[in-house]
Write a protein that binds this ligand. Structure first.
Ligand SMILES: Cc1cc2nc3c(=O)[nH]c(=O)nc-3n(C[C@H](O)[C@H](O)[C@H](O)COP(=O)(O)OP(=O)(O)OC[C@H]3O[C@@H](n4cnc5c(N)ncnc54)[C@H](O)[C@@H]3O)c2cc1C
Length: 377
C-alpha cells in the first residue's frame, strides 16, 4: 500500500512494476491521483497551460497501465502499525507493507490583516487551478519569498505579462543556495525582465482594499496587489507518522532502505529524511524510489545519492546549483563576468565540493558535476 500519488508514489510504482508484475498495489490518495510533473507548476503560466493540460496521465490510465488499485479522494487519518492498517473515511484498510509518500505542506507565515487568508501557495494541481482562476483580471502579483520557487514564479509571472513584486528578508535571490555575486546577477536579470525586488524586508499584513489588496511591509511601505503568492518553504507532512509512534525529525526518519523506525513501514519523497538529509527535489526522490522498489522486490539495495545539481527554471537568468553539504569546510571562489557567474565551493584541500553556475557558465555543469563528491556515498 502506498499513501500519496505525487511523483514519489508513482515513480515507486513504475520502478516496482519493472521488477514485480504480480504483487497487488493499492494507492490511497487525498487528491484525484492524476499523474503530473510538479516542477511544471512554477513555469506553466507563461506557456498558457491550464491545470488540466498539466496532467500527463489520468489516475484511471495509470491504474490500468501499472496494475494498481487507486483509492482517490481518500484521506488517511491514522496508521495502526500493530494491526497493519490505515484509517480512512471508508473504514480501515489493511496492508502488508506500507509506503508513506505524503509530500510536504507549504509553510504559512503568521500574517496580520483582514485579507491574510487570501494569500495562496501553489503546491499541487488544485492550487495551480486556483492560482490561474485568481489571476483572471489581475495585473499585480506580490510573491513572498525569493527562494527557488518564488523566483521561478516571479519569472513566469513577468513573462506572462504581470507586474511582480518579490519580498524577502535576505540580501539576494536564492540566498540559501547562491553566493552573493551569483545572486546579484540573477537579481539584475530578473529586475531587467520586470521583477521588483524588496530585500531586507518582510510582509507584515495583507489588507483588503477597494480594488484588490494592500500588502504592508515591515518598513511601513504599502504595495497595491491583486494576488499574493507565498513561497517561503515547505514542511514535510510528518503528523500521521508521529501520531503512529514512528521516529520523526524534520521529516519521517528512514534508513538507506527507506525503512522507518517501524517494521514494514517506509517513507519516500519530500516527507522522508535520510541520514539527516531532507532533499525535496526530483533527483533524490528518483534514487530513493529505485532503491525502495528493489528492496520491496526482495533485492539487496542501499540508497546512494550522487551529486544532484538542481536546475532553477528562470529563463531570464538560467541557474544550476549543487550546494555544498551543510558541514562542508571551504570557501566560494567566484568568477563573475558580464553574462554569467561561475562560482565554485572549494574544500580546504582544493577539492570541488559544490558549485553555482549562472547564465553562460551553466554550460560547465556536466564537466563540474563529474568532479563532485557523492551526497550520500
Ligand atoms: C512549484 C514547485 C516547483 C518545483 N520545481 C522543482 C524543480 O524544478 N526541480 C526539482 O527537482 N524539484 C522541484 N520541485 C520539488 C518536487 O516537485 C518535489 O520534490 C516532488 O514533486 C515531491 O513529490 P512527493 O510525491 O514527495 O510529494 P507530493 O507531490 O506533494 O505528493 C504527496 C501526495 O500525498 C498525498 N497525501 C498527503 N497526505 C495524505 C493523507 N493523509 N492521505 C492521503 N493522501 C495524502 C497528496 O494528496 C499527494 O498526492 C518543485 C516543487 C514545487 C512545489
Amino acid at each position: 500500500m502506498i499513501v500519496g500519488s505525487g511523483l514519489a508514489a508513482w515513480t515507486l510504482v513504475r520502478e516496482f512494476r519493472k521488477l514485480d508484475a504480480q504483487t497487488p498495489i493499492t494507492l490511497i490518495t487525498r487528491d484525484n491521483g492524476d499523474f503530473y510533473s510538479k516542477p511544471m507548476l512554477s513555469n506553466a503560466l507563461s506557456s498558457g497551460k491550464t491545470a488540466a493540460q498539466l496532467v500527463s496521465a489520468t489516475s484511471a490510465a495509470m491504474a490500468q497501465q501499472l496494475g494498481v488499485t487507486v483509492m482517490a479522494k481518500t484521506d488517511v487519518t491514522a496508521i495502526d502499525p500493530v494491526a497493519y492498517s490505515v484509517t480512512t473515511a471508508l473504514g480501515p484498510v489493511t496492508y502488508s507493507r506500507l509506503v508513506l509518500a505524503l509530500g510536504a505542506d507549504p509553510v504559512r507565515l503568521p500574517l496580520q490583516g483582514d485579507a491574510a487568508d487570501r494569500v495562496i501557495s501553489v503546491n499541487d494541481l488544485q492550487d495551480y487551478a486556483t492560482f490561474r482562476a485568481q489571476l483572471e483580471g489581475a495585473k499585480r502579483v506580490t510573491v513572498i519569498g525569493a527562494g527557488l520557487i518564488g523566483c521561478e514564479f516571479a519569472n513566469d509571472l513577468v513573462q506572462a505579462g504581470y507586474e511582480v513584486d518579490v519580498i524577502d528578508p535576505g540580501t539576494h535571490p536564492l540566498g540559501r543556495l547562491l553566493p552573493l555575486e551569483a545572486g546579484q546577477q540573477m537579481q539584475q536579470a530578473l529586475a531587467h525582465a520586470g521583477v521588483r525586488f524588496h530585500f531586507g524586508n518582510s510582509v507584515q499584513a495583507v489588507l483588503a482594499a477597494p480594488q484588490g489588496l494592500q500588502v504592508e511591509l515591515a518598513n511601513g511601505q504599502r504595495l497595491a496587489s491583486d494576488l499574493v503568492l507565498s513561497a517561503v518553504g515547505l514542511r514535510p507532512r510528518i503528523a500521521l507518522a508521529k501520531a503512529a509512534g514512528l521516529q520523526t525529525a524534520r521529516g519521517i526518519v528512514v534508513n538507506r532502505q527507506l525503512q522507518t523506525s517501524q517494521t514494514d513501514i517506509y517513507a519516500l519523497g519530500d516527507v522522508a529524511e535520510v541520514e539527516g538529509l531532507l532533499l525535496p527535489y526530483v533527483m533524490p526522490m528518483m534514487q530513493s524510489a529505485r532503491t525502495l522498489a528493489a528492496h520491496l522486490a526482495g533485492q539487496p539495495a542501499t540508497l546512494r545519492y550522487p551529486a544532484m545539481p538542481v536546475v532553477v527554471k528562470t529563463p531570464a537568468m538560467p541557474v544550476v546549483v549543487s550546494p555544498p553539504l551543510a558541514n562542508a569546510q571551504g570557501s566560494w571562489q567566484v568568477n563573475a563576468f558580464s553574462d554569467g557567474v561561475d562560482a565554485r565551493f572549494v574544500g580546504l584541500d582544493g577539492t570541488l565540493l559544490g558549485f553555482a553556475l549562472a547564465g553562460k557558465a551553466t554550460g560547465q555543469k556536466t564537466v563540474l558535476q563529474k568532479s563532485l563528491p557523492a551526497v550520500l556515498a
